[in-house]
Design a protein around this ligand. Structure first.
Ligand code: HEM
Ligand code: HEM
Length: 224
């Protein structure tokens, strides 16, 4: 029987599917003209992004940025086929994760200062000049194209792995575990030896505490 190890802890898996839901929710609600609902989706997405950034600094092993953001040499070794890329994100996937977090972060932050020139203003737009409001509103509209692009690429890449490389990345994002394949013994890995991500109740309670604290801080400083 093949061995598997925990890569995605429960909080990261919940983060991922809630994040996908809120980003898709933001797109659907704005297309339907439901600006208030759109704003609520945006606020939730922002809190999730802040959580993921904190989790990337202090979270379990494979989730921490230092353990998956590639150096140039690791990226080169992966592209030349010398390294299989390690567990969790491969070096190319890691770059897409940065885009999937950073582009929605810009979208969410600019949304807080938006003015649609009709009836809706973001909760923080009253604190900055009209010129800056109009610049940030334009960035919000232009950056939405990057959102479509990065999500499209993300889903296409996952389907490509599934269909052409026969590698199911979706299952680990549901049950948390990745199978240790033959690649781990056949090719020289530049990654540290396989290590699991911690995923016990302490980790889960800590994640919940961070999300609740972020929600209170966000509500106090942005919405009240
Ligand atoms: C709006 C939609 C989506 C967004 C914003 C999004 C965002 C992300 C992010 C930020 C990660 C990195 C996870 C982390 O380290 O925290 C990720 C990974 C992943 N996502 Fe999504 N996602 C979306 C939709 C989907 C969908 C629809 C699927 C399934 C078809 C999916 C499957 C995956 C998988 C399998 C991974 C792990 C990839 C790997 O092994 O490197 N995502 N996604
Ligand atoms: C990560 C979160 C967010 C995403 C993914 C997102 C996405 C989008 C998208 C795709 C559009 C349509 C742009 C266009 O076609 O021109 C849009 C417009 C808009 N968004 Fe967001 N948004 C987010 C956060 C927010 C927030 C937090 C607010 C305000 C509180 C906000 C307020 C608006 C408004 C008012 C518009 C209409 C702009 C106009 O037509 O002038 N958004 N957003």
């Amino acid at each position: 029987m093949k061995k598997s190890i925990r890569i995605w802890d429960l909080p990261t898996r919940i983060f991922h599917w809630l994040f996908a839901f809120t980003i898709i929710g933001s797109i659907v609600t704005i297309q339907l003209g439901e600006q208030q609902l759109h704003a609520y989706c945006g606020y939730t997405a922002l809190i999730l992004i802040f959580f993921r950034i904190i989790w990337g600094l202090i979270g379990p092993f494979h989730i921490r940025f230092v353990n998956f953001i590639p150096t140039w040499s690791k990226l080169r070794a992966y592209l030349q086929g010398i390294s299989f890329g390690g567990l969790g994100h491969n070096p190319l996937g890691a770059l897409s994760v940065i885009a999937l977090i950073f582009i929605p972060l810009v979208q969410g932050l600019t949304g807080l200062f938006i003015d649609d020139d009709i009836a809706f203003t973001g909760p923080l737009s009253k604190f900055i000049s009209n010129d800056l409001v109009s610049t940030l509103s334009s960035i919000h509209r232009i950056n939405s194209n990057l959102i479509y692009g990065v999500i499209g690429l993300h889903v296409v890449a996952i389907l490509y792995y599934l269909i052409f490389k026969r590698k199911n990345l979706i299952k680990p994002m549901i049950n948390g575990d990745q199978l240790l394949s033959e690649e781990h013994s056949e090719k020289k890995s530049l990654e540290p030896l396989p290590q699991s991500s911690k995923d016990d109740w302490q980790v889960r309670v800590l994640a919940l505490f961070i999300v609740l604290s972020l929600s209170v801080i966000f509500w106090y400083f942005v919405l009240s």
